[in-house]
Design a binder for this molecule. Structure first.
Ligand code: GTP
Ligand code: MG
Length: 137
């Protein structure tokens, strides 16, 4: 597929990086299909990250992701999922390559500025979690 789903996480929102991060998405050739600012309840964050519920960091992850507003977006580009994960860099910003968004804007493995879907299937599921078909252009 040519779409992926992303969130600008609460750390990047609080640090004032949303504009710069969105600008980077667009400059790297991603078209914005859908976009909104919202805040996840703990319940909604838990549901979004349910795949990680057995992991030791699940509680921390859910509490962090519901700690402030986020920006959610669907993005379109050829090879979107893989190219977007290359653009954001490794989960741990200390291991992220130079020039990646996490290298530039993330603070820690937990508070790592952005989310990117890990497969076409999850991109579709995650996009539909936030946006109806009528909100996608
Ligand atoms: P996402 O794009 O956010 O899904 O990141 P990812 O695919 O690079 O990482 P993964 O799906 O494995 O983990 C999901 C999220 O859980 C990460 O982005 C982090 O926010 C958080 N996370 C992963 N590992 C740790 C950890 O060791 N400690 C904490 N506190 N959070 C973690
Ligand atoms: Mg992931």
């Amino acid at each position: 597929s040519n779409r992926t789903f992303t969130m600008i996480k609460p750390d990047a929102m609080k640090n004032g990086h949303a504009g710069a991060i969105l600008d980077r998405f667009i400059k790297e050739g991603f078209r914005v299909v859908a976009l909104k600012q919202t805040k996840l309840s703990e319940e909604k964050a838990g549901e979004f990250y349910a795949i990680h519920r057995e992991r030791p960091f699940y509680g921390e992850l859910v509490s962090f992701m519901s700690s402030g507003v986020i920006v959610a977006a669907i993005l379109e580009k050829a090879n979107a999922v893989a190219d977007f994960r290359t653009l954001i860099g490794a989960t741990d910003p200390a291991k992220a390559a130079e020039g990646t968004i996490r290298k530039q804007f993330a603070n820690s493995v937990g508070e790592n500025a952005v989310h990117g879907s890990d497969s076409d299937e999850n991109a579709a599921i995650e996009g539909a979690f936030f946006f109806s078909g009528l909100e996608q252009y």
